[in-house]
Design a protein around this ligand. Structure first.
Ligand code: ATP
Length: 321
C-alpha cells in the first residue's frame, strides 16, 4: 500500500504537487493519469524518496521508502528505462542489482526468462532497442519480488506484443495481491489495464475512482440516431423524458438502450436509418476532466483555453442543442 497525506512539492514559485491525499491499494492495478506537467513524475519520485516533499508525507507499507532496509524487495520501480550503464550486459546489470540487495543470483535467470530477455542476456544494454531497455527496466523492478510495483510509462517504445505483455504482467502482479501503480499516456491501454484511476491536474487530485465509477461518471454513453424525420423523432424522444442533441444532422439521445429507443420510434412511426449505442472512451473522459488544467498546449483554432471538445463532451454540455 502507498499512502500520501497532504503531499506537496514546490520548486521555487512553482507548486508541482499540491496537497495530494491518496491511498494506492494492493490487489489491483491503479492507473495514474494527468496531462503533461501535472505532477505525476514528481509524485512517483517522492514515493521513492528521490525527491523530498516540501510538506506532507508519503509512505510505502507504513514507512518512508528511504528507511527501507531492502528497497528492491519492498518496491520495484521503473522510472526511466535508460537508467542502465550502457557498457553492462543485461545479466551483469541484474546480477549487480541482486547482489546489492541480497537477492539470490538464481533469481537473475528467472527474471530474464520472465521478461523475455534470456536470448540477449549477454548483450550490452547500450545496444538494446527501446523496447528491450523497457523490458530490462521491468526486470530490474521485479527482481526483488516486491509487493509494490511502480511503473512510469512502462509501454513506451514497446510494440503491440510488448504492450499486451505489460498489460498481462500488471494484471497478474495485481492478482497476486501486489500494489501496482502505473502511469501511461496510452488511454486505450489504461482502459484495459487499470481497476482504479488516480487523475491529477496541476498537482491536485481530479478523480480517485474505480474504473467503472470513473467511466459512468465522466464518459457518458448515448445512442446515435440517423433519421430523416428529425423533428418528429425529437418530439417523441423528448416526450419520453430523454435529452436529445443534434450534431450535424445526427441525433444523440441520452440513453444506452438502443432497443428501447427503436421501439419508441417505431410507435411514433419514425423511419430510422441508424441506431447505435455509443460508449465514449476513457480518452474522451480524461480530456473533459482535465480540460482546464492542461499546462502545455499546441496552438488551435478552436476555443483557446480548452482542448478540441470531444463529441460526448459537446453532447453533455448541450453546446449544440
Ligand atoms: N526539478 C524541477 N525544477 C523545477 N520545476 C520542475 C522540476 N521538476 C518538475 N518541475 C515542474 O513541476 C511540474 C510537474 O512536473 P512533472 O514532471 O512531475 O509532471 P508530469 O505529470 O510527470 O509530466 P509528464 O507527463 O510531462 O511527464 C511541471 O510544471 C514541471 O515543469
Amino acid at each position: 500500500m502507498i499512502r500520501a497525506r497532504e503531499l506537496t512539492k514546490r520548486y521555487g514559485d512553482k507548486t508541482a504537487v499540491d496537497g495530494l491525499d491518496f491511498t494506492v491499494e494492493p490487489g489491483m492495478v491503479t492507473g495514474f493519469l494527468g496531462p503533461n506537467g501535472a505532477g505525476k513524475s514528481t509524485t512517483m519520485r517522492m514515493i521513492l524518496g528521490l525527491d523530498r516533499p516540501t510538506s506532507g508525507t508519503v509512505t510505502v507499507n507504513g514507512h518512508p521508502y528511504a528507511e527501507s532496509v531492502a528497497p528492491l524487495r519492498e518496491v520495484g520501480a521503473l522510472l526511466e528505462a535508460s537508467a542502465v550503464h550502457p557498457g553492462r550486459t543485461a545479466r551483469a546489470h541484474l546480477r549487480w542489482l541482486a547482489a546489492s540487495n541480497r537477492i539470490p543470483a538464481a533469481r537473475v535467470d528467472e527474471i530474464l526468462e520472465q521478461v523475455g530477455l534470456t536470448d540477449v542476456a549477454g548483450k550490452r544494454a547500450g545496444k538494446f532497442s527501446l523496447g528491450m531497455r523497457q523490458r530490462l527496466g521491468i526486470a530490474s523492478a521485479l527482481i526483488g519480488d516486491p509487493p509494490i510495483v511502480i511503473l512510469d510509462e512502462p509501454v513506451n517504445g514497446l510494440d503491440s506484443e510488448g504492450i499486451r505483455w505489460v498489460r498481462r504482467l500488471c494484471r497478474e502482479l495485481a492478482a497476486e495481491g501486489r500494489t501496482v501503480f502505473v502511469s501511461s499516456h496510452l488511454m486505450s491501454e489504461m482502459a484495459l489495464m487499470a481497476d482504479h484511476l488516480l487523475v491529477i491536474g496541476q498537482g491536485r487530485i481530479l478523480a480517485d475512482d474505480s474504473m467503472t465509477d470513473f467511466m459512468s461518471g465522466h464518459a457518458p454513453s448515448y445512442v446515435r440516431l440517423q433519421t430523416r424525420d428529425r423533428v418528429q423523432a425529437r418530439a417523441a424522444l423528448t416526450a419520453a423524458g430523454l435529452d436529445v442533441v443534434d450534431v450535424d444532422g445526427e441525433l444523440r439521445v441520452s440513453s444506452r438502450d438502443a432497443a428501447a429507443i427503436g421501439d419508441l420510434l417505431f410507435d411514433a412511426e419514425v423511419r430510422v436509418h441508424e441506431l447505435t449505442a455509443v460508449q465514449s472512451s476513457l480518452e474522451d473522459a480524461f480530456m473533459t476532466l482535465t480540460a482546464d488544467t492542461v499546462e502545455y498546449r499546441a496552438g488551435t483554432t478552436a476555443a483557446p483555453n480548452r482542448p478540441e471538445p470531444s463529441e460526448p463532451a459537446l453532447a453533455r454540455e448541450g453546446a449544440l442543442r
